[in-house]
Design a binder for this molecule. Structure first.
Ligand code: GLY
Ligand code: MN
Ligand code: MN
Length: 504
């Protein structure tokens, strides 16, 4: 009796779970997001609420080319943020005065049950997603007419990372209504930037699962492993232990020279090199739970013991990461954090004899972008490069070398979640360009630099919450040289390759 009562209570509250060993995402997380959005539209954007609705269109199934097989479905992120709906082909509306929520589901043929199982009724969907009303998609115009809709806000805006545009809702009969597609985008993006207490809990969870998966990878691999075998261990852990069916981006598992390729692991370079003794590994992988993303990079030696050169570069990046963790808090500019990280790292490289001169002059000459050709980090949430980096009222993107790659230049606010991910890479094309540039080559000890050709790179990437006073680091993996070596030493002498473990 007790069990069935607690189960039905959970069903009432829970929108998403993958079993008792995983976290429960409550319906209230999405209700709260909708309430925050409606409130912001009324109070900040000054939308006259009476008769006003937000309308979002969810993601569609995407087939592989001309086949009847689909890519594994992932919900469109704005729709996910508002409704948490798992199915494709839906629409959702929010009444701006009340925050009242309506979902519209595709009317599926009876044949569907044979291939995909029992069809849910509209009442079942309403109950499952905790919304106020549910209809079929072909009823949208009729419902808006019945409700005397005076204004429908649709979503149209450009993602500042991809340059692509959001999916604007469209339905049969939309021309009968007054539609505005410019108000909603910046307001919903700003709502997504500041995480609620319930969102933070999910972000803590997915970051913890992803941290643990990285730790298992570090303890499991040795020279002789292929890069993708690290990827495979990570994916197995996050799914089997954490219920994360998806990763948040293609796994980057570079070793040796490949560690200098920022987004290695793509289709043309699919993590397929064998790890060599003496290689540095740069593994950047993040799980995804209920749409929420982790994005963590660990850099470590393949054999568990840093060489002196690896220690030198690793500590330069760690110094930069520590300085930012110490300094980041509300009111601080992200551009200043980026420059702080660059300065600390260049100072370490100077102390180690790779560079010479004044660090400020190096930055002035753009040398920071030679060794770290990406920004310090980015907003993180439902998208790994989350929305809100360059909204209309935020500082604009710079075109100055050294800061032009930043994905945001905003002033930090309590409730933001960002990555802090300084890195140091030895990328031949950039090094050659710097050596040929008289403004830059005067700072470089070219003999010492030769030692690092082919070294690869180091990135240290943490996911952090900006609190009222500083940061809470959601990531928890070994970070110092000593911590990594101690962690990796455990059981190292007996490590088997997967092809040895799985012999039939
Ligand atoms: N994993 C992609 C990034 O770090 O931004
Ligand atoms: Mn990142
Ligand atoms: Mn990353």
């Amino acid at each position: 009796m007790a069990t069935s009562m607690s189960t039905s209570k959970n069903k009432e509250k829970c929108l998403f779970t993958r079993g008792d060993h995983t976290i429960t995402v409550p319906k209230t997380l999405f209700r709260d997001n909708r309430t925050r959005l409606a409130h912001r539209l009324r109070e900040t954007a000054g939308v006259p609420g009476e008769g006003g609705f937000v309308l979002l269109q969810g993601g569609e199934d995407v087939p592989f080319n001309d086949t009847d097989i689909n890519y594994e479905f992932r919900q469109e992120s704005f729709f996910q943020w508002c409704f948490g709906v798992e199915e494709p082909g839906c629409f959702g509306a929010i009444e701006i005065t009340t925050g009242r929520s309506l979902l519209f589901f595709p009317r599926l043929p009876a044949e569907y049950e044979i291939w995909c199982g029992k069809l849910s009724t509209l009442d079942e969907f309403k109950e499952r997603y905790g919304v106020d009303e549910s209809y079929y998609v072909d009823e949208i115009a009729q419902v808006f007419t019945q409700k005397n809709a005076k204004l429908i806000l649709t979503l149209y805006g450009q993602n500042s990372d991809s340059g692509l545009y959001s999916k604007e809702a469209n339905f049969d009969g939309i021309e009968k209504f007054k539609v505005n597609n410019s108000i909603l985008y910046p307001e919903i993006c700003e709502c997504r930037v500041i995480k609620s207490a319930e969102e933070i809990k999910i972000m803590r969870y997915v970051t913890k699962i992803s941290s643990d998966a990285h730790k298992v990878v570090m303890r499991s691999i040795r020279p002789g492993f292929t890069e993708y075998q690290g990827e495979s261990i990570f994916k197995h852990y996050i799914y089997s232990v954490g219920g994360c069916r998806h990763i948040s981006y293609t796994c980057i598992c570079g070793s040796g020279h490949n560690a200098s390729i920022l987004h290695y692991g793509h289709a043309g370079a699919p993590n397929d090199k064998v790890l060599k003794d003496g290689d540095i590994c740069l593994f950047d992988m993040g799980g995804n739970y209920c749409g929420y993303a982790a994005d963590i990079t660990c850099s470590f030696p393949a054999n568990g013991k840093f060489t002196d050169n690896q220690k030198f570069i690793y500590n330069a990046v760690l110094g930069a990461r520590d300085a930012v963790i110490e300094a980041a808090k509300p009111g601080v500019s992200w551009t200043d954090m980026h420059l702080l990280a660059n300065k600390v790292m260049l100072q370490y490289l100077k102390q180690g004899g790779l560079l010479d001169g004044h660090v400020d002059d190096m930055i002035h000459a753009g040398l920071n972008e030679i060794f770290q050709p990406h920004g310090l980090g980015h907003l993180l949430g439902l998208d790994v490069h989350d929305v809100g980096g360059y909204l209309p009222d935020c500082p604009k993107k710079s075109d100055i070398p050294g800061i032009r790659k930043l994905r945001t230049a905003r002033t930090l606010l309590s409730g933001m979640i960002l990555t802090i991910e300084p890195g140091c890479y030895f990328i031949d094309s950039l090094l050659d360009a710097a050596l040929a540039n008289s403004d830059q080559n005067k700072f470089i000890n070219s003999d010492k630099l030769k030692l690092f050709r082919g070294f690869g790179g180091v990135r240290i990437e943490d996911d952090v919450l900006i609190t009222d006073t500083g940061v809470e680091n959601l990531t928890s993996v070994p970070r110092t040289v000593q911590e990594i070596e101690e962690w990796m030493a455990h059981g190292r002498e007996n490590l088997l390759l997967p092809q040895e473990q799985f012999k039939l």
